[in-house]
Write a protein that binds this ligand. Structure first.
Ligand code: SAM
Length: 239
């Protein structure tokens, strides 16, 4: 699927709406899409790819299918599930058990909003990436319509209220709690933080899913906090 394009965005959105009923299909599609985004900058065949916070391993498996030596680093054994891909390691993204510069591509999809200190998390991704290698980081920012995750979009009226309402409505405990395993990160400050670094160059900063103006939408202060939906950063490690 061409990226960005209306067809791609509609296909991804439909899969997302059926994520609960067909998780395999949804995540396999998302993984193919993200791997295509990486390969537009660096083919992964025979390269080392490190997937940080990769959950059940859909992305790692997609990179492996494309001929990469891909490894999954996931701190939560429950998220890894019963059949994690070969090369899975229980490890935290803040402290990866890897030497400096071993990875050609360091990848994280929808993890940054689940860490309290995105600067340290990013630094660790940069550390393990070789000079000239790529760092792929995509996350849902707080004021995105999906910022509150399962209790979105009521997070616009306050996290605690949205969470309590979700629990009353569904009768089950919410998976996420603000300040515990979900954090309010924003597009503007994240871009400023990344641009201020002297160890990476920003190759692309755009909305991950938008069908058009994907880069433009991430440039407009204020609007970008709501409209970007999910910020995708592709960074190159400086020599
Ligand atoms: C929403 S899931 C994303 C899973 C997968 N990357 C995806 O895009 O579908 C967030 C993942 O981040 C992981 N995570 C949370 N804190 C982390 C940390 N400090 N280091 C690495 N992964 C972390 C969680 O365990 C969980 O698997």
């Amino acid at each position: 699927m061409r990226d960005p394009s209306l067809r791609r965005s509609v296909t991804l959105f439909r899969a997302f709406l059926r994520e609960q009923q067909e998780p395999e299909k949804c995540y396999a599609l998302l993984a193919r899409d993200a791997a295509d985004q990486v390969e537009r900058h660096l083919p992964v065949k025979d390269r080392v790819v490190v997937d940080v916070g990769g959950g059940g391993g859909y992305f790692t498996e997609e990179f492996q299918r494309r001929g990469a030596q891909a490894y999954l680093f996931e701190p939560d054994p429950h998220e890894l599930g019963a059949k994690p891909p070969e090369g899975s390691v229980v490890a935290d993204g803040y402290l990866l058990p890897l030497a400096d510069g071993v990875a050609d591509v360091t990848f994280s999809s929808n993890v940054l909003e689940h860490v309290d200190d995105p600067g340290t998390f990013l630094s660790e991704m940069v550390r393990v990436t070789r000079p000239g290698g790529l760092i792929y980081v995509a996350f849902t920012n707080w004021y995105s319509p999906w910022g509150g995750h399962e209790w979105a979009p009521l997070h616009y009226f306050g996290a605690e209220r949205a969470r309590a309402r979700y629990e009353r409505r569904t009768g089950k405990p919410a998976k996420h709690k603000l300040g515990e395993n979900l954090f309010a990160h924003h597009v503007g400050p994240t871009l400023r933080q990344v641009r201020a670094r002297d160890d990476v160059q920003v190759v692309s900063a755009r909305s991950r899913y938008w069908p058009f103006w994907a880069e433009t939408v991430a440039k407009v202060p204020g609007l970008r906090e709501v409209a970007t939906w999910n910020l995708l950063l592709i960074l190159r490690r400086c020599p």
